[in-house]
Design a protein around this ligand. Sequence first.
Ligand SMILES: Cc1cc2nc3c(=O)[nH]c(=O)nc-3n(C[C@H](O)[C@H](O)[C@H](O)COP(=O)(O)OP(=O)(O)OC[C@H]3O[C@@H](n4cnc5c(N)ncnc54)[C@H](O)[C@@H]3O)c2cc1C
Ligand code: SF4
Length: 486
Amino acid sequence: MADPRGFLTTPRKTPTRRPVDVRITDWREVYTEFGADQLERQAGRCMDCGIPFCHSGCPLGNLIPEWNDLVHSGDWRAAAERLHATNNFPEFTGRLCPAPCESACVLGISQDPVTIKQVEVEIINRAWAEGWVPPRRPSPGAQAAGQKVAVIGSGPAGLAAAQQLTRAGHTVTVFERADAPGGLLRYGIPEFKMEKRHLDRRLIQMLAEGTEFRCGIEAGVDVTAAELRTDYAAVVLACGATVPRGLEVPGADFGGIHQAMDYLPLANRAVATAAGEPAISARGRHTVIIGGGDTGADCLGTALRQGAASVTQLEILPRPPDRRPASQPWPTYPAIFRVSGAHEEGGERVYAASTQRFVGDDAGQVSGLVLTEVTPSAGGFAPVPGTEREVRCDLVLLAMGFTGAERGPLLTGLGVEFDGRGNVARDGSFATSVPGVFVAGDAGRGQSLIVWAIAEGRSAAAAVDEYLCGETSLPAPIGPATAPLR
Ligand SMILES: Cc1cc2nc3c(=O)[nH]c(=O)nc-3n(C[C@H](O)[C@H](O)[C@H](O)COP(=O)(O)OP(=O)(O)OC[C@H]3O[C@@H](n4cnc5c(N)ncnc54)[C@H](O)[C@@H]3O)c2cc1C
Ligand code: SF4
């Protein structure tokens, strides 16, 4: 146990955010580190519970009490090894995960939970700084038995599957249609949430281990579905759930109304290349974001940094409660009111609001949005009479989620079946309806989280290894139907 009295003597601390007026002038990450002393004390709050519910809260099954204990006793190198035993990319989750483990922490029943996510990110930061994250090449014996595997998509699911399969001895090629690998980690999530140098450093490790990346190649077009099936012994589809939900209201075709995933990649590219103003920018514009989730918050922080005249974020659901409601007891991950870094920086959040129509000017550009307050009703939301009002806007960003995987040349060419929710259908072994073709991440699970995508990639890799070799020693943290704690 890290410190038998730690949870009695040390209050929980969360990392500090850089001052708002400073951070909105740059794109660097918002959070600062604790430093070794403070982190070791925070890790010492872990009670090393007989049944650590944090393991079940974390889809990767991260061995949280073990690395808390090791950090508390100052053995950071061993902590980094235990962390990598279950997580290929702790630098991604340690920055971006909403930390369902902390909601499941036993200490959280009566006190503030352990700052698990911060311990995670500082272990991996230290490990990189100390040179404890070398490439792990497969043994010559494993390589001799390996086969050729294609991974389609280089988001967290594809990267995790590729790293596991490469290390198991297979010859893995990752096909990515974007100009650089990373999926939503690179072109969805802004720099201020995760600086891309963390992604690039991990990609260098993967290249050194032997994973091949072919970017700018659209599978299904530049390499056909038939070629993938004949040239590779197995194919892993990790192509994400990229079809955005639309908003079918009058005026939706006015200029100035864009999907979030048309806006964010341009902004991220402009930051990465220092290319100046992107083709869609919020600079000087009254901006409305429709959708109150992660994607909406990323649009908010981006619009503020671009110099928007104003930002309003609309959410159709009512404002969540400040504290865990009785209907969402420990150890579930509750829907409570959260203030992300971007929300702290500015903008107005409007809850229980539904867009009725857009208003446009003579040039066909959006100039306003008419909304009404709504209340939940059977089968949806009912407008509250007399609450209709117009919000001025000349840029609208739609961030209302994704409806599933793209039914383009790749998936239609392969002939995979889909489930009722628009995702690629799979059996208990992540196998699609087409022999030798597997699916992992958002493409199979639907819109989710990075931690789930990594867990899916690891499990799908184990399934592929077993399919190719008849047995596997790769870990499988989740099954295709594993759900968050409810
Ligand atoms: C804006 C935004 C912010 C988010 N923020 C967070 C967050 O803070 N924390 C969190 O946990 N989750 C977050 N998420 C969710 C998280 O990013 C996803 O759940 C995760 O990235 C899914 O991983 P994936 O590997 O399945 O797919 P993706 O990351 O979507 O990667 C799929 C890749 O496949 C490629 N591809 C698709 N079709 C083809 C083809 N035919 N040929 C070649 N390549 C192809 C795409 O170009 C893409 O690079 C966010 C999502 C969005 C949209
Ligand atoms: S990956 Fe997420 S859920 Fe798992 S330990 Fe890290 S912060 Fe917690």
